[in-house]
Structure formats: C-alpha cells, structure tokens
Design a protein around this ligand. Structure first.
Ligand SMILES: Nc1nc2c(c(=O)[nH]1)N[C@H]1C(S)=C(S)[C@@H](COP(=O)(O)OP(=O)(O)OC[C@H]3O[C@@H](n4cnc5c(=O)[nH]c(N)nc54)[C@H](O)[C@@H]3O)O[C@H]1N2
Ligand SMILES: Nc1nc2c(c(=O)[nH]1)N[C@H]1C(S)=C(S)[C@@H](COP(=O)(O)OP(=O)(O)OC[C@H]3O[C@@H](n4cnc5c(=O)[nH]c(N)nc54)[C@H](O)[C@@H]3O)O[C@H]1N2
Ligand code: SF4
Ligand SMILES: [Mo]
Length: 743
C-alpha cells in the first residue's frame, strides 16, 4: 500500500572517483532522487559540495532502467550469438565452480585470470579469492595506465604513495597540474582548485589541450603529447641551475642528488624546447614560479599516466616536490598515512596465501616489473617499517594485460583458459580491441558480472547481475592510501521477488569460494557482515558508524613525519636515485625516451598517419563506457566526438559536425568532428568509451563496439609499452583522419 512517505538513506556514490556522500530519497520503495549530502564534508579531498552532478541527477532513470541485468544468464548458442537462458544463482555458481575446478586440475590455477576495472567495487575480496585459488593473474587492465604507476613509483621513491596535493586555500601558493582535466573528471577537485586559486594560489597546467583548467591557469604549457618527461627534467635543470632548490631538505633527506644533477645537465630548456614544441622561456618561467611559490602542491593524472614513457615521467615528476621542499608540508604535497582504525584491504586479500611458486608465474611480470611480486614485496616491506601498513596488492601487483591476452591466444607461456570480469568492460576499456576480442572468444570459460549487457558480456558464457552502490553497503579507504574512512549504507535490497535477483560482488566471490574449498575463509555471510568485521577495531558496526559518526572519519595528517622515522625507502631518504628501480634492473634516474610511434621515431609511418592521436579526455556526463543508455545523459553527447583544429580540419575538407574516419595501423572508427582551436593542428583528440547499447548485441554488432570505440585504434604491442610499468600509449600514437563520404 503506497504511503507517500519519503525515506532517506546515507550512501556513497560510486559513479566516479569523487565518491560523494549522498542522500538517497526513497518513496514507496522506489528511488526518487539522489542529492548531495549538504550536512557532511564531501569526498576525500576537501569539504565542499557537489552541485548538480549530471549522473547523480539521472539516478532514478539509471536505477529503474529496463536494460539492467536482473537474473543470471547462461549462454545457449555459440559465443556472441546472443542466445541466453535465465538460470538461478545456485546453478550459475555450481557450474562455474565445477568448470574452474576442472580447468585448474588440467592446467594449474594460473589458468584463471581476472580483468579489473577502475576502483568501483571491493576488489580486496577478488584478490582474496584469487590468492586462495592459487592464481597470480589479476590482470590490472587499466592499472598500468591509471594512477598505479604513480602510486608505485612514488611509494618506491618516498616510501608512501604520493600524488596527494594537500590543497589548502590561503596556504597553498602554487598548484602544478600535469595532464589533468578535473572540470570533467573530478568535480570535487575542480571546486577545490577554484577555491585555492581564489585564495591567491598560482596555477600551472601542462596539457596539449586548452581545457577549462588551462583557461584559468597562470601558466599553460602546451607540449607535444608524450614529451612531459623531457619537460619536467628541464624544469629540474632550471631549478638546479638557478639554485632554487631546498638545499637543507636535499642535503639531509634526499638520496642521489649529485647523480640527478649530472643526469639533468643535458635537459636544457633550449634543447627541450625542440622536443616539446614549447618556448624555452616558458619552461623557465614555469620552473621558477613552481620553485619559488611555497608551499606548492602538485598532481598528475592521465595526461602523463597514459604515456608509453609513464614510469620515467613519474620518476621526474616526483623529484620536483622533493627538491623544492614541498613534500609532506601542509598546502604542498601530502604523505597522509591511512586510517588505521579499520582492518585494511591488504589484510583481507590474504596475499601470503598465494603459494610462492605461483608468484613468478604472473603474466608479464618478468618484463614490466613495477607491478611484479618482487617490486610489490620490496616496496611493501620498506613502507611497513615506517607506516606499519601493507601496500594493497590488488592495485599494485598485477599481471600485464597485453601479455595476458597474447597468452590466451597462443597458450604461451602457458594456457590461460578462464577469465572473470567484474566491474570491467575490456572490449571497450582495454587497448587494441581486436586482440581483446580474439582472446575473449578463445576462452573455455568467460564470466562477466555487471549491471548491463556490455560488448564484453555478449562474449561471455555466464553473465551475472551485480548489485550497484545503491544496493550494497560500502567502506571506502582509497585502497588504504589515505587517512580517510567513508562508510555508506544500503539504500535498496538487491533482491526483489518477481522483479530482480541481483547480488553483491562479494556474494559472487564468496559463492564461488565456498564451492571451491575456501569455506573457512568466508565466514561473513553478507557484505555487511564482512564490513562489520572490518570496522570492528572502531567499536562500531556499519549501521552504528553511520548513525553515530555520520559515516565519515578523516584523520588529521601529521606533517614531516620523517623527522622521527625517516622515509620508508631502502635508504630512509627520498630516493631521487631509486634503489628500488635499480634492484629491479632499471635505470634508477629519470630520462626522456621518445615513444615508439611519433613523427620523430617513425617518420615513415607518419607519412601515412601524419596526426598525433590523444584518446580519452574525459567528458561529463559519461564515465568510461558507462551511462550511454541513460537518455537524459545521452542527449548531451548523442555521438562520439573528435576534436580537430579548424585549420587542420579545413585543410582536410572536413566541416564542423562532419562524421570522419579515424584510422591507425590497428583499425579505423568513426566519430563526429568538433572544431577546437585549443589543440595544436598536428594533434587530434578522440573520445573513448563508446559503444551503443541500443544496437543489436549479437555478432557482428556487439552493440556497435567496432564503430566508434577509440581502443580499436590504440596500440598494445608490448615492445611499444613502457618496459617498467607496462603502460600502453593511449595518448600518443599516429593516425589519419578523413571525411566519411556516405554517412
Ligand atoms: N583509449 C582509452 N582507453 C582507456 C582510457 C583512456 O583514457 N583512453 N582510460 C583508461 C582508464 S584510466 C581506466 S580506469 C579504464 C576504465 O576501465 P573500466 O573500469 O573497465 O571501465 P568501463 O568500460 O566503464 O567498465 C566498467 C564496467 O563495470 C561495470 N560496473 C560498474 N560498477 C560496478 C560494480 O560495482 N560491480 C560490477 N560487477 N560491475 C560494475 C560497468 O557497468 C561497466 O560495464 O579505461 C581505460 N581505457
Ligand atoms: N566524467 C568522467 N570523469 C572521470 C572518468 C570518466 O570516464 N568520465 N574517468 C575517471 C578515471 S578512471 C580517471 S583515471 C580520471 C582521469 O582524469 P583526468 O586525467 O583528469 O582526465 P582526462 O581527461 O582523462 O585527461 C587529462 C588530460 O590529459 C591531457 N593529455 C593528453 N595527452 C597528454 C600528454 O601527452 N601530456 C599531458 N601533460 N597531458 C596530456 C588531455 O588533453 C586531458 O585534458 O577521470 C575519472 N573521472
Ligand atoms: S557521479 Fe556525481 S555524485 Fe556521484 S561521486 Fe561522482 S560527482 Fe559525486
Ligand atoms: Mo582511470
């Protein structure tokens, strides 16, 4: 009987990395709206409020969408034929577990791989399942190109993951943003930047595109894509040459300064100007402003994480705050520690349960060793000495996707016959879609857990319906890399008899685990029970933590903890010269290497493909491949867009709004041309994440995954990827663009 009464639940939105605290309004069991929670500090950056977030405003449409997956499905016809049978959860889990047991006994546990998406769900339980199963093959799909290189490189150099701007309006005097687009990608950060600027901070932006952030910058550097390492090395060169560095900090707390001085000598602004297309004077100006405005904060994101030279770029980037004395000071960059009041993700993962002989089998870890067990254990153990905490495994130790897909296809170095994707859509998110497709088709068992029938799900043997953040509780600690603890409550039950049978990802792993002999390790029947256990050191349950503490606990960071403890590195200092990278067999100092596919490294290819291609600059309202089925959001961007400088476009006979082919040596897709004067005429920028839920799901369509998906274009050749981090070139690479004649 409808009562018309509105109930309000306090949840945490997982539709983007802001992780806002929100109020979910429920009337007669139906979602009415999701509002920003005005009473509480928002997110993990600064106390501010999300206003009018388009995704949150479309929450009711999302929640009640008729395309949501509601029941487990089993493939009936051939793979990709689009024929499905509804089955029960028990049948699905029984059959998947039985198949996994068979494959394990034939090929060994390493035959099972997992693809991970960006931080949306509780992957610590994924790692728990995998460690107990005995497979090291958590494939860090986006991890090699999404914040994890920054985390591990900085953890190696600082003894704690850095890249945490400690923005304090009125205190922060300068903010350096490297390849970041927060007005589209992170609204909380965007508001925090605006507030910091209003309070007097200067802003330096490095981005080949004039973004909204670049528009408000005091200095905007517009480099040739992929050349940031040279640029930063040159800034270091200027800071050293002009003696703008913090001599006391360098002397007392940095390891390898002399070697750094020798290395940066070659990177004069004049020389680097040629590499980067930037005027030498502007490089000097940026270096001076950053080094003399104290405290200065810094933040890097995908503009440099997604480069084929990302690890070296990170090395250089993390030297800047150290030598200028901006590390671990309020208003500068933070080493925050984590919230020690909660049982950490790392304890849940049970990484010590993975048999030692399985660790070296992790696919690709002998090559891209930044995410190998060897590196993970070295960094973790050093970090633990100072911080008392383990580094989370699932984000920092994983198999390398390009090698994993090749292993599936070739059976080398060993057969990989099963794969599970939870919260990940590799057909759209991973580089080189044609190769991903070939691999997914070859698997003996492919299981997808998602909200929607995605192009990846269409190729699965089983597709299982996931509970969203609205249908499960949540504990958020940013992988234990920050001293924040956010707890959210379940707004809706995931089961509604006669309507749907969704389950949490935790239920999925537990369900498989207990069928595969892991019963003793899954004592908590539900995710809420599992979280009550995680919160037990606080003395509260999930429910009590929300009722009595408001759901948020943010501890104050101590400044300059190193005075007492030193840094959590092998030398106890900030390692400008990284002994960790050295012990992995890499160059301990940063350097610039020209990416493999540029007009300079491959002029012959550039004759056919003359333009530099950037992919994936974020746009509101989409989140990667999500939300294309939500009409109110889709109306804002009905079609994928490629930004081209008007001069270049007219030279190519392309009008604003024309459909064009974008072609690379990997393939071609079509997007609509958007004239954009804020990009160099030699560079174009294509959106990523595109598929068309409204198109047929069966092959050959797969919901239009071949039409406009930027990853049909991108390169994942292991030789062209970063040899330290495995990062693949999403933001360099060559293409040609031409008008579609009949469309
Ligand atoms: N060309 C190009 N490619 C890129 C990028 C780029 O800039 N350019 N960016 C890269 C980056 S940084 C990242 S992080 C990756 C992102 O890669 P992914 O995280 O794989 O992104 P999505 O394609 O959105 O796939 C996520 C899937 O998980 C589902 N999902 C969401 N939440 C949950 C949940 O709680 N449980 C379950 N079971 N499913 C859920 C969604 O419906 C969606 O289908 O993409 C990478 N790919
Ligand atoms: N709306 C929305 N928000 C998102 C996401 C989303 O899909 N949609 N994804 C989330 C995820 S997982 C991530 S990782 C973040 C990413 O967040 P951001 O990194 O802030 O955003 P992007 O737009 O991906 O990339 C930042 C900028 O990199 C620039 N760039 C390209 N090539 C280069 C280069 O060679 N050098 C430099 N310096 N810059 C370059 C691009 O022009 C772009 O403006 O966004 C998160 N937020
Ligand atoms: S989608 Fe909107 S409400 Fe949700 S976390 Fe992101 S900014 Fe916050
Ligand atoms: Mo990401």
């Amino acid at each position: 009987m409808p009562t018309g009464k509105v109930e309000v639940k306090k949840a945490i939105c997982m539709w983007c990395h802001c992780h806002c605290r929100v109020s979910v309004h429920i009337k007669d069991g139906e979602l009415v709206k999701v509002d920003a929670d005005e009473e509480l500090p928002q997110g993990h950056l600064l106390a501010t409020t999300v206003k009018a977030c388009p995704r949150a405003r479309a929450a009711a449409e999302w929640f009640h969408h008729p395309d949501r997956l509601n029941y487990p499905l089993k493939r009936m016809g051939e793979k990709g034929e689009g024929k499905w049978q509804r089955i029960s959860w028990d049948q699905a889990l029984d059959e998947i577990a039985q198949k996994l047991a068979e494959l394990k006994s034939t090929y060994g546990p390493e035959t099972l791989a997992f693809t991970m998406g960006t931080y949306r769900t509780h992957n610590e339980y994924t790692a728990r399942f995998f460690n107990l199963f005995g497979s090291p093959n958590l494939v860090g799909g986006p991890a090699n190109v999404c914040f994890c290189p920054a985390n591990v490189v900085s953890a190696a150099m600082y003894g704690w993951p850095g890249n945490q701007p400690w923005l304090r309006p009125g205190i922060t005097k300068c903010l350096l943003l490297l390849g970041a687009n927060p007005s589209e990608s992170h609204r909380l950060l965007w508001y925090a930047i605006l507030a910091t600027q209003r309070a007097g901070a200067k802003i330096i932006v490095i981005d080949p595109r004039r973004t909204r952030l670049a528009e408000i910058a005091d200095i905007w550097l517009q480099p040739r894509p992929g050349t940031d390492a040279a640029l930063i090395m040159s800034m270091i060169n200027v800071i050293i040459a002009e003696e703008l560095y913090d001599k006391e900090f360098v002397e007392r707390w940095c390891h390898g300064f002399d070697k750094l001085v020798a290395r940066t000598r070659d990177y004069t602004p004049e020389k680097v100007a040629e590499i980067t297309w930037l005027p030498a004077e502007k490089i000097k100006e940026a270096a001076r402003l950053y080094a003399t405005s104290k405290p200065a904060a810094s933040f890097d994101t995908m503009g440099i994480e997604q480069l084929p030279n990302n690890a070296e770029t990170m090395q250089a980037r993390f030297i800047l705050p150290a030598i200028t004395g901006n590390l671990d000071v309020r208003g500068g960059d933070r080493l925050s520690g984590c919230n020690a009041h909660v049982i950490p993700d790392a304890d849940i993962e049970l990484s010590d349960k993975l048999p030692p002989e399985q660790k070296p089998k992790m696919l690709g870890a002998d090559r891209a060793r930044l995410f190998s067990w060897q590196c993970y254990e070295l960094v973790r153990d050093n970090m633990r000495k100072v911080w008392g905490l383990q580094l989370v495994q699932n984000a920092h130790c994983h198999a390398w996707a390009p090698i994993a897909y090749r292993a599936i296809i070739t059976d080398k170095p060993y057969p990989v016959r099963a794969m599970i994707s939870v919260g990940s859509n590799p057909m759209v998110a991973h580089a080189n879609t044609k190769l991903v497709y070939k691999a997914l088709k070859k698997l003996d068992l492919y299981v997808v857990v998602d909200f929607w029938m995605t192009p990846s799900a269409e190729l699965a043997d089983y597709v299982l319906p996931a509970a969203s953040w609205l249908e499960r509780p949540l504990i958020f600690t940013l992988h234990d890399t920050m001293n924040v603890l956010e707890v959210g409550e379940t707004a809706f039950p995931p089961h509604k008899p006669g309507k749907y049978e969704r389950r949490t990802d935790y239920d999925f792993w537990r369900g498989l685990g207990i069928r595969l002999g892991q019963e003793e390790y899954w004592p908590w029947q539900t995710l809420e029970e599992a979280y009550d256990y995680r919160l037990s050191p606080t003395g509260y349950t999930v429910r009590e933590f929300i009722d009595q503490k408001g759901g948020t606990e943010r501890l104050t960071s101590a400044e300059r903890k190193y005075y007492e403890t030193g840094f959590g590195t092998p030398t106890g200092k900030v390692e400008l010269y990284s002994t960790v990278l050295e012990s992995l067999g890499y160059d301990p100092l940063p350097r610039y290497e020209e990416p493999a596919e540029t007009p300079i490294s491959d002029p012959e290819l550039a004759r056919e493909y003359p333009l530099i291609l950037i992919t994936g600059g974020r746009v509101q309202p989409y989140y990667h491949s999500e939300h294309r089925q939500i009409d109110s959001l889709r109306r804002k961007y009905p079609h994928p867009r490629i930004q081209i400088h008007p001069d270049k476009a007219s030279e190519l006979g392309i009008a604003d709004g024309d459909w064009v082919w974008i072609e690379t040596p990997r393939g071609r897709v079509k997007q609509k041309c958007q004239y954009f004067a804020g990009i160099d005429p030699g560079v174009v920028h294509a959106q990523h994440g595109w598929w068309f839920p409204e198109e047929p799901g069966e092959e050959p369509w797969l919901h239009g995954v071949w039409e406009s998906n930027a990853n049909v274009l991108t390169d994942d050749d292991p030789e062209h990827c970063n040899q330290i981090s495995g990062g693949w070139p999403l933001r360099t690479g060559l293409c040609k663009v031409y008008k579609i004649k009949t469309y």
